[in-house]
Design a protein around this ligand. Sequence first.
Ligand code: 5SP
Length: 214
Amino acid sequence: MKVSPSVLSADFGNLARDIQMINDSKASMLHLDVMDGVFVPNISFGFPVIKHIQALSTKPLDVHLMIVDPDKFVTQVRDCGAALMTVHYEACTHLNRVVQHIHDAGMKAGVALNPATPVALLRDIVACVDLVLLMSVNPGFGGQKFIAGVLDKIAELKQLMAQKHAHALIEVDGGVNAETGKALAQAGADMVVSGNYLFKSPDPQHAIELLNDL
Ligand SMILES: O=C(CO)[C@@H](O)[C@H](O)COP(=O)(O)O
Protein backbone atom coordinates (compact mmCIF):
# COMPACT_ATOMS: atom_id res chain seq x y z
CA MET A 1 0.00 0.00 0.00
CA LYS A 2 1.36 3.40 -0.97
CA VAL A 3 1.13 6.00 1.80
CA SER A 4 0.73 9.77 1.34
CA PRO A 5 0.97 11.51 4.75
CA SER A 6 -1.31 14.56 5.02
CA VAL A 7 0.65 17.69 5.96
CA LEU A 8 -2.58 19.18 7.37
CA SER A 9 -1.90 17.22 10.57
CA ALA A 10 1.80 18.17 10.79
CA ASP A 11 3.16 20.58 13.40
CA PHE A 12 3.31 23.86 11.47
CA GLY A 13 5.70 25.28 14.05
CA ASN A 14 8.11 22.47 13.23
CA LEU A 15 7.32 21.88 9.59
CA ALA A 16 10.91 21.32 8.46
CA ARG A 17 11.33 18.64 11.15
CA ASP A 18 8.09 16.89 10.10
CA ILE A 19 8.97 17.00 6.39
CA GLN A 20 12.39 15.52 7.17
CA MET A 21 10.67 12.74 9.14
CA ILE A 22 8.57 11.94 6.05
CA ASN A 23 11.66 12.11 3.80
CA ASP A 24 13.24 9.43 5.98
CA SER A 25 10.10 7.23 5.97
CA LYS A 26 8.58 4.75 3.55
CA ALA A 27 5.94 7.25 2.39
CA SER A 28 5.42 7.29 -1.38
CA MET A 29 4.14 10.85 -1.68
CA LEU A 30 3.39 13.92 0.43
CA HIS A 31 -0.28 14.99 0.51
CA LEU A 32 -1.11 18.71 0.56
CA ASP A 33 -4.70 19.87 1.05
CA VAL A 34 -5.42 23.33 -0.32
CA MET A 35 -8.74 24.72 0.99
CA ASP A 36 -10.54 27.92 0.01
CA GLY A 37 -13.26 28.35 2.63
CA VAL A 38 -15.86 28.06 -0.16
CA PHE A 39 -15.77 24.51 -1.48
CA VAL A 40 -15.01 23.34 2.06
CA PRO A 41 -15.72 25.13 5.36
CA ASN A 42 -12.05 25.68 6.21
CA ILE A 43 -8.91 27.42 4.92
CA SER A 44 -5.54 25.65 5.07
CA PHE A 45 -2.45 26.94 3.26
CA GLY A 46 -1.55 28.19 -0.19
CA PHE A 47 1.21 28.23 -2.78
CA PRO A 48 3.99 30.05 -0.83
CA VAL A 49 3.79 27.37 1.87
CA ILE A 50 3.75 24.56 -0.71
CA LYS A 51 6.85 26.04 -2.40
CA HIS A 52 8.62 26.04 0.95
CA ILE A 53 7.60 22.42 1.56
CA GLN A 54 8.71 21.42 -1.94
CA ALA A 55 12.18 22.79 -1.23
CA LEU A 56 12.41 20.54 1.83
CA SER A 57 10.70 17.41 0.51
CA THR A 58 12.29 14.50 -1.32
CA LYS A 59 8.85 12.91 -1.84
CA PRO A 60 6.69 13.73 -4.87
CA LEU A 61 3.96 16.23 -4.00
CA ASP A 62 0.35 15.03 -4.13
CA VAL A 63 -1.63 18.29 -4.20
CA HIS A 64 -5.37 18.00 -3.48
CA LEU A 65 -7.28 21.16 -4.34
CA MET A 66 -10.47 21.50 -2.29
CA ILE A 67 -11.37 24.70 -4.06
CA VAL A 68 -13.89 25.98 -6.59
CA ASP A 69 -12.57 26.58 -10.11
CA PRO A 70 -9.25 24.73 -9.76
CA ASP A 71 -8.54 25.32 -13.47
CA LYS A 72 -7.42 28.86 -12.55
CA PHE A 73 -4.50 27.48 -10.54
CA VAL A 74 -2.99 24.73 -12.71
CA THR A 75 0.11 26.80 -13.55
CA GLN A 76 0.68 27.79 -9.93
CA VAL A 77 0.40 24.18 -8.77
CA ARG A 78 2.88 23.15 -11.48
CA ASP A 79 5.24 25.95 -10.42
CA CYS A 80 5.14 24.55 -6.87
CA GLY A 81 6.71 21.37 -8.25
CA ALA A 82 3.63 19.13 -7.82
CA ALA A 83 3.81 15.68 -9.38
CA LEU A 84 0.07 15.07 -9.06
CA MET A 85 -2.79 17.58 -9.00
CA THR A 86 -6.18 16.33 -7.86
CA VAL A 87 -9.37 18.33 -8.37
CA HIS A 88 -12.90 17.62 -7.18
CA TYR A 89 -15.53 16.35 -9.59
CA GLU A 90 -18.00 18.56 -7.69
CA ALA A 91 -15.87 21.70 -8.18
CA CYS A 92 -15.33 21.58 -11.96
CA THR A 93 -17.77 22.78 -14.62
CA HIS A 94 -15.56 21.39 -17.40
CA LEU A 95 -13.69 18.52 -15.79
CA ASN A 96 -12.32 17.07 -19.02
CA ARG A 97 -10.74 20.44 -19.88
CA VAL A 98 -9.21 20.76 -16.41
CA VAL A 99 -7.68 17.28 -16.72
CA GLN A 100 -6.24 18.24 -20.13
CA HIS A 101 -4.72 21.40 -18.65
CA ILE A 102 -3.13 19.43 -15.80
CA HIS A 103 -1.60 16.99 -18.27
CA ASP A 104 -0.45 19.81 -20.58
CA ALA A 105 1.32 21.31 -17.54
CA GLY A 106 3.26 18.05 -17.15
CA MET A 107 1.54 16.73 -14.02
CA LYS A 108 -0.44 13.59 -13.31
CA ALA A 109 -4.16 14.31 -12.96
CA GLY A 110 -6.44 13.06 -10.22
CA VAL A 111 -10.18 13.43 -9.69
CA ALA A 112 -11.69 13.37 -6.18
CA LEU A 113 -15.19 12.40 -5.09
CA ASN A 114 -16.89 13.47 -1.87
CA PRO A 115 -18.49 10.68 0.17
CA ALA A 116 -21.99 11.40 -1.21
CA THR A 117 -20.94 11.60 -4.88
CA PRO A 118 -21.55 8.36 -6.79
CA VAL A 119 -18.70 6.60 -8.58
CA ALA A 120 -20.93 6.14 -11.67
CA LEU A 121 -20.45 9.86 -12.46
CA LEU A 122 -16.83 9.09 -13.40
CA ARG A 123 -17.93 7.00 -16.40
CA ASP A 124 -16.70 9.46 -19.03
CA ILE A 125 -13.54 10.65 -17.28
CA VAL A 126 -12.08 7.63 -15.49
CA ALA A 127 -10.00 6.52 -18.49
CA CYS A 128 -8.46 10.02 -18.77
CA VAL A 129 -7.12 10.36 -15.22
CA ASP A 130 -4.10 8.90 -13.44
CA LEU A 131 -5.75 8.67 -10.03
CA VAL A 132 -9.19 8.63 -8.42
CA LEU A 133 -9.33 9.97 -4.86
CA LEU A 134 -12.27 8.64 -2.88
CA MET A 135 -12.94 10.77 0.19
CA SER A 136 -13.78 8.71 3.27
CA VAL A 137 -14.66 11.84 5.28
CA ASN A 138 -16.38 15.05 4.26
CA PRO A 139 -13.40 17.18 3.23
CA GLY A 140 -12.22 20.17 5.24
CA PHE A 141 -10.77 18.82 8.47
CA GLY A 142 -8.33 16.23 9.75
CA GLY A 143 -9.20 13.81 12.52
CA GLN A 144 -12.71 12.83 11.39
CA LYS A 145 -14.33 9.39 11.54
CA PHE A 146 -13.88 7.06 8.58
CA ILE A 147 -17.05 6.61 6.46
CA ALA A 148 -17.11 2.89 5.69
CA GLY A 149 -19.29 3.31 2.56
CA VAL A 150 -16.05 4.00 0.70
CA LEU A 151 -15.31 0.26 0.74
CA ASP A 152 -18.27 -0.43 -1.58
CA LYS A 153 -17.25 2.53 -3.71
CA ILE A 154 -13.83 0.95 -4.29
CA ALA A 155 -15.54 -2.21 -5.61
CA GLU A 156 -17.79 -0.11 -7.89
CA LEU A 157 -14.83 1.90 -9.12
CA LYS A 158 -12.84 -1.24 -9.93
CA GLN A 159 -15.79 -2.54 -11.95
CA LEU A 160 -16.14 0.76 -13.83
CA MET A 161 -12.39 0.88 -14.53
CA ALA A 162 -12.47 -2.65 -15.94
CA GLN A 163 -15.38 -1.72 -18.25
CA LYS A 164 -13.59 1.41 -19.42
CA HIS A 165 -10.10 -0.17 -19.66
CA ALA A 166 -8.91 2.48 -17.20
CA HIS A 167 -5.73 2.20 -15.14
CA ALA A 168 -6.07 4.95 -12.53
CA LEU A 169 -4.65 4.46 -9.06
CA ILE A 170 -7.26 4.39 -6.29
CA GLU A 171 -6.40 6.68 -3.36
CA VAL A 172 -8.55 6.95 -0.22
CA ASP A 173 -8.43 9.92 2.16
CA GLY A 174 -9.90 10.47 5.62
CA GLY A 175 -9.90 8.60 8.92
CA VAL A 176 -7.24 6.15 7.79
CA ASN A 177 -5.48 4.20 10.54
CA ALA A 178 -4.12 0.64 10.88
CA GLU A 179 -7.62 -0.84 11.15
CA THR A 180 -9.39 1.12 8.40
CA GLY A 181 -6.21 0.85 6.30
CA LYS A 182 -6.43 -2.93 6.47
CA ALA A 183 -10.04 -2.86 5.23
CA LEU A 184 -8.99 -0.51 2.43
CA ALA A 185 -6.13 -2.79 1.41
CA GLN A 186 -8.52 -5.76 1.29
CA ALA A 187 -10.97 -3.72 -0.79
CA GLY A 188 -8.19 -2.93 -3.30
CA ALA A 189 -7.09 0.67 -2.59
CA ASP A 190 -3.62 1.45 -4.01
CA MET A 191 -2.76 4.46 -1.84
CA VAL A 192 -4.02 5.94 1.43
CA VAL A 193 -3.77 9.47 2.78
CA SER A 194 -3.38 9.60 6.53
CA GLY A 195 -3.03 12.60 8.82
CA ASN A 196 -3.90 12.38 12.49
CA TYR A 197 -3.12 8.69 12.86
CA LEU A 198 0.43 9.20 11.56
CA PHE A 199 1.35 12.56 13.04
CA LYS A 200 -0.14 11.88 16.50
CA SER A 201 1.56 8.49 16.69
CA PRO A 202 4.53 8.19 19.10
CA ASP A 203 6.48 6.71 16.16
CA PRO A 204 5.12 8.16 12.89
CA GLN A 205 7.68 6.37 10.71
CA HIS A 206 6.65 3.02 12.17
CA ALA A 207 2.97 3.91 11.62
CA ILE A 208 3.77 4.73 7.97
CA GLU A 209 5.56 1.38 7.69
CA LEU A 210 2.54 -0.46 9.13
CA LEU A 211 0.27 1.06 6.48
CA ASN A 212 2.88 0.51 3.80
CA ASP A 213 3.04 -3.21 4.65
CA LEU A 214 -0.75 -3.75 4.31
O1 5SP B 1 -8.47 16.03 3.12
C1 5SP B 1 -8.48 15.77 4.26
C2 5SP B 1 -9.45 16.38 5.17
O2 5SP B 1 -10.22 17.26 4.45
C3 5SP B 1 -7.50 14.77 4.70
O3 5SP B 1 -6.35 14.73 3.87
C4 5SP B 1 -7.11 14.79 6.10
O4 5SP B 1 -6.01 15.65 6.28
C5 5SP B 1 -6.80 13.42 6.52
O5 5SP B 1 -6.61 13.47 7.86
P1 5SP B 1 -7.06 12.30 8.83
O6 5SP B 1 -8.53 12.07 8.58
O7 5SP B 1 -6.24 11.11 8.44
O8 5SP B 1 -6.76 12.84 10.18
